[in-house]
Design a binder for this molecule. Structure first.
Ligand code: HEC
Length: 310
């Protein structure tokens, strides 16, 4: 779990890893000890959210919870108990309780689940249906060939490619619902007002050719990542390329496409910027897997924008 937390922190989230397992067991006189443990665990998680929301480096209206393996159910319970922007459960075997959905108050739900020998899938159709009926955005991946433990590198069932895909989807989901959650109207647009006096010379097509095409920066970045960078200079290079790709999205944001709906341009360029920033953060961490993942996630954004604007 610590490594998972580190991955998320690596792309810029403040991460608090809570050890819910370590609750004191009561005497169990009135309730069963597991119920009591559940309650104490939830109280702990709730306190953790309150604590997070008060921190100066945390945006209190951009909080998500991610539960791995056995912590999927507590993650859902927490999202039901306190408002937050997203709830994600990864590689969980337990049953997903459709009755809980009513208490989720529209919270977007992500799940990446093993498709093989997973008794928890029994309730999945009802769970999805309940989310749909209640209007909760949902992204649920069931990986057919994967068994419990597929996202845990030390587990026997670990499935690298399937896990990577789940991570990319998780990043996307958190980016969309937590990072880009609507804020109070006074908040400034992160990129608004840059380059106030200059009129740019680059067109959208210029940026695509010089940055995104195979012979541009992104192609160069691809080459740099053929193998894991072996020293600081190579990492610096990867970082520099990723950083310029990220900056290019600011330029895109300030430009007007020749066709397509005006309103979604900002959304598309922001999503691209977000994916590029993830890539830079991964380069700063010198995390080869995360950089590759970031690049894949970035590439998954090209088509959506082209469909609308090219
Ligand atoms: C935010 C929207 C957006 C994203 C994201 C985006 N593109 Fe584009 N792309 C465009 C638009 C708009 C054009 C058409 C530009 C024009 O002809 O004026 C274009 C054109 C292109 C062209 C043709 C340029 C030429 O020579 O005419 C290439 C190549 C290209 N994009 C590659 C990519 C790749 C690769 C990615 C992803 C890594 C990507 N684009 C992501 C909007 C986008």
């Amino acid at each position: 779990m610590k490594d998972n937390g580190r991955d998320l922190a690596g792309i810029g989230y403040v991460v608090l890893a809570v050890d819910v397992g370590a609750v004191e067991k009561g005497s169990g006189a009135a309730t069963s000890s597991t119920e009591l443990a559940d309650e104490q665990g939830l109280a702990k998680l709730w306190a953790a959210v309150r604590w997070l929301k008060r921190r100066p480096d945390v945006q209190p209206d951009r909080i998500g919870v991610v539960g791995w393996a056995g912590q999927g159910a507590p993650a859902l319970a927490l999202a039901a108990a306190t408002p937050m922007q997203a709830c994600a459960i990864c590689d969980t075997e337990g049953e997903l309780d459709p009755a809980l959905v009513a208490r989720l108050h529209g919270t977007p739900v992500f799940a990446a689940l093993a498709g093989k020998e997973n008794a928890g899938l029994k309730n999945l159709p009802a769970f999805r249906q309940a989310l749909l009926a209640a209007g909760n955005p949902q992204k649920i991946l069931v990986s057919e060939g994967a068994r419990a433990g597929f996202m845990e590198p030390s587990a026997k069932a670990y499935a690298h490619n399937v896990a990577e895909r789940a991570w990319v989807e998780l990043y996307e989901f958190l980016g969309k619902y937590v990072e880009d959650a609507p804020t109070s109207p006074t908040a400034v647009q992160p990129f608004a007002g840059s380059l106030p006096h200059q009129k740019g010379v680059a067109t959208i097509a210029d940026i695509m050719r010089a940055v995104n095409s195979p012979t541009g920066l992104l192609g160069a970045l691809d080459l740099s990542l053929d193998q894991a960078p072996g020293n600081q200079r190579q990492w610096d290079r990867v970082r520099a390329q990723a950083a310029l790709v990220a900056e290019s999205s600011r330029l895109l944001q300030a430009l007007q496409p020749q066709r397509g709906p005006e309103v979604q341009w900002q959304e598309q360029t922001r999503a691209f910027a977000r994916a590029a920033r993830t890539l830079v953060a991964a380069a700063d961490e010198r995390n080869y897997d995360a950089v590759r993942r970031g690049l894949r996630s970035l590439r998954s954004r090209c088509q959506g924008c082209h469909r609308l604007y090219r």
